[in-house]
Design a protein around this ligand. Structure first.
Ligand code: ADP
Ligand code: MG
Length: 328
């Protein structure tokens, strides 16, 4: 019965845009967001002869006053899908400082109200699994990896083991059984700690690597013993800002070339899927290779694209929105 249910439904790609509010203490200049109406966001673009405007359409646009709860509300059906045996990818895209980590995890001083998608998704997952426990028995386990310069690192093991396992693939990354949201929070904290190893204040790697929390769910139909598997990837992408090639050299240039390459590979894959192209170029980056089974086919994809409200960021904002429009 469960298998039929899985085959009946189709995969999908949804793109949501979120605007970060101005931050406390920031000079409160005019926002580059002219207005938002349903799924359309209009950006004002300064130009020599006054101001221009450009509009972009998405499945939904969340303005700067939207709460974490509102942003998550439409994500709930995806959590149900994971328990039904689907694969799901949720991405946060945007320039550094636009609110990707805020959406996925939350602010540094986390409260229940400000918890991001990761916490809420896991909370729902365990809640739904509990509600279904007489019909399906679920096992949940997680992996946490980082992709930096096209190298995959396991974030759930200590530093020594990690360096020995270069060229790791996600199936090799440690898989940890979890029984509650608390267990996952502990692991996320460990992963965050491992992630910052080697990063100096001047070299904040978190903005230049992709981090991916993968939740694997295995359900056993209590009556028939049939097994179904679903998984959910929660991906906080590296900052999408383009760097000026004349200003950066060496490691920083290499980093930004890797980021560009992997973000455009992701864009190419999602847009090929959205257009139902026969060929989907999964092999062009580590990220798309690792997520291949969860992008396309029956899988469901949700991309949150983030923009900053500052007029100075309008160039990046436009390029973010163009990227997002291409994949939707
Ligand atoms: P990114 O991960 O894209 O680099 P962050 O999520 O770290 O950006 O956000 C940058 C700063 O803005 C952080 O201090 C964060 O707490 C704050 N911030 C981001 N989005 C929001 C929001 N929707 N509401 C309030 N503060 C936000
Ligand atoms: Mg971040």
């Amino acid at each position: 019965k469960l298998y039929n249910q899985v085959q009946d439904l189709k995969g999908s790609i949804r793109v949501y845009c979120r605007v970060r509010p101005f931050l406390p203490g920031q000079p409160n200049s005019a926002s580059s967001v002219d207005h938002i109406e349903d799924g359309t966001i209009t950006i004002s673009i300064p130009s020599k002869n006054g101001r221009g405007r450009k509009s972009f359409n998405f499945n939904k646009v969340f303005g700067s006053c939207s709460t974490q709860g509102e942003v998550f509300s439409d994500t709930q059906p995806l959590i149900r899908s994971v328990l039904d045996g689907y694969n799901v990818c949720i991405f946060a895209y945007g320039q550094t400082g636009s609110g990707k980590t805020y959406t996925m995890t939350g602010p540094n001083n986390l409260t229940e109200q400000s918890q991001g998608v990761n916490y809420r998704a896991l909370g729902d997952l365990f809640l739904l699994a509990e509600q279904r426990k007489d019909i399906v028995h679920y096992d949940v386990s997680v992996q946490m990896i980082e992709i930096y310069n096209e190298q995959v690192r396991d974030l759930l093991v200590s530093d020594e083991i990690r360096s020995a396992s270069q060229g790791l693939t996600v199936p090799d990354a440690s898989l940890v059984r979890v029984a509650s949201t608390c267990d996952v929070i502990d692991l996320m904290n460990l992963g965050q700690k491992n992630r910052s190893v080697g990063a100096t204040a001047l070299n904040d790697r978190s903005s230049r690597s992709h981090s991916c929390l993968t939740v694997h769910v295995q359900g056993r139909d209590v009556a028939s013993g049939a097994i179904l598997r679903g998984c959910m990837h929660l991906v906080d992408l590296a900052g999408s800002e383009r760097v000026n090639k004349s200003e950066v050299t060496g490691d920083r240039l290499k980093e930004s070339q890797h980021i560009n390459k992997s973000l455009s590979a992701l864009g190419d894959v999602i847009s090929a899927l959205a257009q139902k192209n026969a060929h989907v170029p999964y092999r062009n980056s580590k990220l798309t290779q690792l997520l291949q089974d969860s992008l396309g086919g029956q899988a469901k994809t949700l991309m949150f694209v983030h923009i900053s409200p500052e007029p100075e960021a309008v160039g990046e904002t436009i390029s973010t929105l163009k990227f997002a429009e291409r994949v939707s």
